[in-house]
Design a protein around this ligand. Structure first.
Ligand code: NAP
Ligand code: ZN
Length: 350
């Protein structure tokens, strides 16, 4: 086993520094020195659901960039020293219809998640990127294109690709009218990506003082979701609404904003929803969802971001401040993504 320092939840509400074990490299594995890891709202959900008595510790973190430090003997695409990015999927069966179609994120036997997943070979529980080293199959590592800042690019690997896939699948481009509900980590990248794709883009937010930010990010407007008049005025005006809201909420007000034959794609809070069918019937509207990205779409998204100068608006904190980052994220006090600098884990013991 290889050891590395990281941050884990075990019997405490706070993450604590620990020594964790990584597998020895398999033939197609890379060892990656994790330099920067984004703090996703899913990490908060995972910590909330985590049973402190559970045998396996929870090490969150599923959007990171770093440098290859070792390669297994069958690795062909990467060399030591390459800068890479890893997202929230680190393996899939590779054989089902989804995998062969390049949608490994929808693998019929469920993709292996970067943390809290079950390793397909030894059954161990995966430990995430809030650590100084990660061992990953080369197929699920991506070359970081030149020109992308390694810290600001880290959030592209979960937040970015999660909104990229639906934007692309729904054909967003010049002439599209897009609204992004919830201006957080996913939401601000959705705005940048939709704008870069050429869409007229609007933010829907319960925080009207994000208006200046919305404009700076390239949006034409911000609709205050708590203002009934503003919401009513925007009825039936968007071809695509991407909902990134992190809490359970009524979808009806957001469906009302969708234009005829348009789509509401709910990628934020995932859970049961209640729905009035007539909210779909009137205007022949569609309800959809998505999550993460396949290998092809992920590589395409990274290149698109490099070509179009898209990256996250970040606040970088040393990894020792991980609990502060999580607390502030919980309070919606970040514009728009915390990224942990893992270099402070070098040297010293757990
Ligand atoms: P985030 O940075 O905390 O942003 C969420 C935004 O939602 C907030 O900035 C806020 O925007 C809005 N919001 C929060 N609570 C709300 C409430 N009670 N009512 C209305 N709006 C509320 O979170 P994130 O990292 O972007 O993640 C967003 C959600 O996506 C999380 O639930 C996360 O687990 C999920 N997620 C899903 C996938 C997937 O694969 N589908 C991947 C990653 C994350 P305003 O202030 O603008 O209203
Ligand atoms: Zn995430």
């Amino acid at each position: 086993m290889r050891t590395s320092l990281g941050w884990h939840a075990a019997g405490s509400a706070e993450l604590r520094r620990t020594t964790l074990e990584r597998r020895e490299l398999r033939p197609d594995d890379l060892a990656v020195q994790v330099d920067f890891c984004g703090v996703c709202h899913s990490d908060l959900h995972a910590l909330q659901l985590h049973d402190p008595e559970a045998k396996a510790p929870l090490v969150p973190g599923h959007e990171f960039t770093g440098v290859v430090t070792a390669t297994g003997p069958e690795v062909t695409a990467f060399s030591v020293g390459d800068r890479v990015a890893v997202g929230n999927i680190v393996d899939s069966c590779g054989e089902c219809a989804m995998c062969t179609a390049g949608q490994e994120n929808f693998c019929y036997s469920f993709p292996t998640l970067t943390y809290g997943g079950t390793d397909r070979q030894d059954g161990s529980i995966t430990l995430g990127g809030y650590s100084r080293e990660y061992v990953v199959r080369e197929a699920f590592a991506y070359r970081l294109p030149a020109g992308l800042d390694p810290a600001a690019a880290a959030p592209l690997m979960c937040a970015g690709v999660t909104v990229w896939e639906p934007l692309r699948a729904l054909g967003v481009g010049p002439g599209s009218r897009v609204a992004i509900a919830g201006l957080g980590g996913l939401g601000h990248l959705a705005v940048k990506l939709a704008v870069a794709l050429g869409a007229a883009t609007t933010v829907i937010s319960r925080t009207p003082d994000k208006r200046d930010d919305a404009h700076r990010l390239g949006a034409d407007d911000l609709i205050d979701s708590t203002d009934g008049e503003q919401m009513a005025a925007a009825r039936d005006t968007f071809d695509v609404v991407i909902d990134t809201i992190s809490a359970a909420h009524d979808l009806a007000p957001y469906l009302k904003l969708v234009a005829m034959d348009g789509t509401l794609s709910v990628v934020g809070y995932l859970g049961p929803v209640t729905l009035e069918t007539t909210d779909l019937l009137i205007g022949r509207k569609s309800l959809s969802s998505a999550g993460s990205g396949g290998r092809r779409a992920t590589a395409e998204m990274l290149q698109f971001c490099a070509d179009n100068g898209v990256a996250a608006d970040i606040e970088v904190l040393p990894s020792s401040q991980v609990n502060t980052a999580l607390d502030r994220l919980r309070r919606n006090d970040v514009r728009y993504r915390f990224v942990l600098d893992m270099s402070d884990l070098d040297g010293g013991d757990a």
